[in-house]
Design a protein around this ligand. Sequence first.
Ligand code: ATP
Ligand code: MG
Length: 563
Amino acid sequence: MRYSQTLIPTVKEIPADAEITSHQLMIRAGLMRKVASGTYMYLTAGQRILRKIIGIVRQEMDRSGAQDVLAPMIQPLELWEKTGRDVDYGETLGRFTDRHGRGNVLTPTAEEVITHIVAGEINSYKQLPFNLYQINLKYRDEFRPRFGVLRSREFIMKDAYSFHADPECLEKTYRLMYDTYCRVFQRCGLEYVIVEAESGEMGGSGSHQFTVPCESGEDSIVYTEDGSYAANLEKAAVDPLEKQPPIDNAPAVEEIHTPKTGTIDELCQFLNVKPQETIKTLIYSAGDETVIAIVRGDHELNPEKLTQALGGQHIELADEATLEKGTGAATGFAGPVGIFDKAQSVFIDHAIAAMPIGVAGANKTDYHIKNVVPGRDFTLDADNIKVADIRNAVEGDTHDGKKLLFKRGIEVGQVFKLGTKYSKKLGAKFLDADGTEKPCLMGCYGIGINRIMASAIELGNDKNGIIWPISIAPWEVIITLAGHDEAIISAGEKIYADLLTRNIDVLIDDRDARPGVKFKDADLLGIPIRITIGKRSLAEGNVEIKLRTESESKNVPLDKAAD
Ligand code: ATP
Ligand code: MG
């Protein structure tokens, strides 16, 4: 390509609304432009990178026997109602009604549609297994789009769905996809860690996330130093804390007036106590049922763990009315004493069971109670009351006795064993060899194409711009014409033609601009190899070759340059 004929609008200034390096550099290098919040248009250079990534993903998926398909972007809401995910996805699900009054969904993922189509096509175990994948746009009305394409509303996903007759077969494909993902991320030049994950809205029994470690990532990776355990924060299981010795003759509970202390911080300030000396009571709704969850004031409830403890039921924080009905108090004043009969189930975090005494809400607006002794003032054990791990891991926690460490990362891909959640609800059944009808077992596998691009920039950049792994660079080589002499132009054109015949992705910077400007743009764009044709070296029959990763260039004879 000729630079003079492309639209690569590089800019010097850091865009004001771009918080992280990859977002800044994607704008500055002219890879894309913002259209609206969480919506971007890719320009030539950006689109070329996406195509490279997609090429790698497609090659590796094909190599693993998956089949390329294409599902529609707009899907009937009806299918989503069948699985209940119209509710689970909540406002993240983009919807609209068409002129005939039919509800539609802008696909955030495609389990429903793919399973629905497969249901109509299979009837025998002999047709299984198979694995269908697609690479296309997805839409999620993210609550807070940010960090450029890392959390955008529209993005490109590779999503795959496998169908099986038995668990061994699912396991085999799951492992195959796991290995395929390793090859994809390796070929894209990414450093990555694989962590155990919760399957969340997807449902199912097992999942791994592929995460690129970096400071600006939104995910927390929790791991042990010896590498024996790594999980994301939603999943990371913590050992119960050691039970603290009980307080001798602990005084009886005492109600205290604590006006305007609806948050733990306000309460701690008012009473001059530490957050870890307080007991936080949260009320959730799970369908028609009420669930009480109790964690220490300094801990954060983990909704995924709570969902798991409930056997996978979808939960939501109770609305004001449910809360008031259950506790008789406004938000912020719920407590564990005397309300367990208001809920169908109660989950108490291990850390609460280990606490000798604490301050809790009094179930009365503007009041708390102190001297609350878990096990004395509220029971820790009954049919519907359980002590469990329902909070996020924090610094100081252990797993299997080993200290947990934390780092941040970007989730670039995830694999799931789905089981029969979708096949049962959408009727994807088959007759097995023994003549019985069974729902298919399914797996699903996603990769965020745009996130690979942004992660690669987070990992590869310096003060001058991006440093691409050559496998996904927009161009492998840039030929910089440092001057307007006929000799310079013809030498550049010769190398350009030569590289093109060798199928090298090459950009020739033939703009009417100063060499300094051209060098800056080449660095900003992060092109791995720069061939500079300048007057002085050309006089000696040489051109200069410089790698983006190195500061020095070296002279190479003109006729050897393309080699
Ligand atoms: P997150 O937890 O970051 O919201 P997710 O777990 O909901 O992501 P999946 O349903 O697993 O996402 O989708 C598969 C892949 O799609 C993710 O691993 C990620 O790389 C990509 N992805 C998901 N949401 C977005 C988004 N809003 N913007 C860009 N890529 C996304
Ligand atoms: Mg995910």
